[in-house]
Design a protein around this ligand. Sequence first.
Ligand SMILES: Cc1cc2nc3c(=O)[nH]c(=O)nc-3n(C[C@H](O)[C@H](O)[C@H](O)COP(=O)(O)OP(=O)(O)OC[C@H]3O[C@@H](n4cnc5c(N)ncnc54)[C@H](O)[C@@H]3O)c2cc1C
Ligand SMILES: Cc1cc2nc3c(=O)[nH]c(=O)nc-3n(C[C@H](O)[C@H](O)[C@H](O)COP(=O)(O)O)c2cc1C
Length: 564
Amino acid sequence: MLGGATAVQRAWLSGFLAGLDAGAAPAALPAEAPRAAEPLTILFASESGNSERLASDVAKLARKTGFKPKVVDFADLELADLPKAKRLIAIAATWGEGEPPARAGRVYAELMGDAAPRLDGVQFGVLSLGDMSYVEFCAVGKALDARFEALGGRRAVERVDLDLDFEAGASAWIKGALETLAPEPSGAAGPAGNVVAVDFGRAAAEPNTGPVEAEVVEHVDLNSSRSDKETIHLALAFEGAAPAYEPGDSLELYPENDPALVEQILAAAGLAGDDALRRTLLAERDITTLSPVTVERFVKATGHADARRLVDSGEVRAWIAGRHLVDLLETFPAALEAGHLGDITRPLPPRAYSIASSRKEVGDEAHLLIAAVRYETQGRARAGVASVHVADRIRDGAKLKVRLKPNRHFRLPADPATDILMVGPGTGIAPFRAFTQERRAVGATGRSWLFFGDRRFTHDFLYQLEWQDALEDGSLSRIDVAFSRDQPEKVYVQDRVWEHRRDVVDWLEGGAAFYVCGDANAMAKDVRSALVRSYADVKALSPGDAEAAVTRLERDKRYLQDVY
Ligand SMILES: Cc1cc2nc3c(=O)[nH]c(=O)nc-3n(C[C@H](O)[C@H](O)[C@H](O)COP(=O)(O)OP(=O)(O)OC[C@H]3O[C@@H](n4cnc5c(N)ncnc54)[C@H](O)[C@@H]3O)c2cc1C
Ligand SMILES: Cc1cc2nc3c(=O)[nH]c(=O)nc-3n(C[C@H](O)[C@H](O)[C@H](O)COP(=O)(O)O)c2cc1C
């Protein structure tokens, strides 16, 4: 600053500064010279978009607070670049039974493997998302946190494991993490930054778009009355415009609990006279899930000695298998206060359903396809909260609260001339009905091939007439079906993929995109492995090369799945 000053200017400045030091007049401090913003890598592993959205929230807040953030999807991570990230925030969801989200799987396995690079000098913090009702709660976030440290990274921010109601916890963690990772204040020897004081309280993460009310205008069980399944086609109308959904998106549906179960819970807790609690339990609390944390909270609230022994002995994880909250309350009777049930339970989470329609065909409606979940455990009939609410207690004219859940990783090809293959057994067919409607509406010229499967042709062929129409009008080029119980041996969609492997590989070699939707545990894995075997057979590749061919499809975003 003084480099070009004359002797007179220097003398004037010296007097001015002396006056300041004497406290003669308060004056603004000279602004600190701006320096390069501190790079921050924000890595996310996401399936249904929650971690991805939080990663972008972190980036927005980080930008406002002096960082230069870079958001990286695990799926696109070059592992060799990771040691260059001196400050690292990882946000990871857990899927399957303690597994990483599908897209993240390949890089995650590399990170856990022997060839992973050292992370000396990397400061990190992990935020993990999960669902307390799963035994492997937040397993992926926990494993990442441990792995970063084992590779030499320094845990600058303690990990937090969050349940489905993660918004407030995530927001607080993000603010704390950015404060901790923030560059040293000016003048310090630490990393350069252009931020001196940061108001972390004000720069909050962006809120999610809120739920809206929908009216049920059609409620049809698509299975025949002689089927052992119940799959409800639900058409929703909205006051005004429908949420701006695209084919591939889902709607989250806010269910209500079974009133009969609410009565059982109230009776078991000795609170049958409390009407306010009855309403709260019906619409707001998760009164089915039983996790180790639920039992611990119950013990804390009641001091029940037998339940405490279960927790102390570590047997609780085995005991809760197949049991729900009502079993806990009935097995360990205790007089509860109304507040206790609030403390023990978590908020009732919404359930996601793939949208089965295109706005280009249905206007301001949205269609869902919901399979009723009914089963028996511990000698007791159980009902899925949301699906059975829809199947049993929702009819035409009923109101439902829903929220759009976009999925930008499950989109139709941008070019409508691209061929598509769609594998969607059971409710997995839902987004492909949306795809087909959309491609019909835009006059797509690419071919489309659907693989559908269910139990029986006569009773379980969902939307059968619509597929026939689609074949006739050309919006569907080909359909192959697998009805598992129509013949002595079981036949599934993956068997059809294998059977038609020459055509499947031919389409893919010609640039087609391959979509899978539905059951994650068995079907999605079996379909992928059928495709790997198909490549090996048709193109005479080694198993390793065939695997690499399918991995390439995934990396090119031509093998896409939306599985649950
Ligand atoms: C992105 C996405 C899209 C989805 N799209 C659809 C869709 O289009 N259609 C659709 O129907 N569903 C879809 N689902 C699944 C849906 O969100 C719900 O999980 C499903 O409807 C069950 O919810 P529920 O409330 O009825 O059951 P819940 O009350 O949540 O109960 C389900 C739980 O019950 C237990 N359970 C279920 N069956 C058994 C059994 N036989 N034995 C023991 N325990 C069992 C399991 O713990 C299971 O997690 C989707 C999920 C996601 C994440
Ligand atoms: C099919 C399925 C399986 C899941 N498995 C687990 C699990 O094993 N452990 C866990 O903690 N959470 C599990 N979850 C919950 C997710 O981690 C949770 O919904 C998370 O918010 C999803 O984040 P994402 O949108 O970034 O993928 C599962 C969710 C679904 C739908």
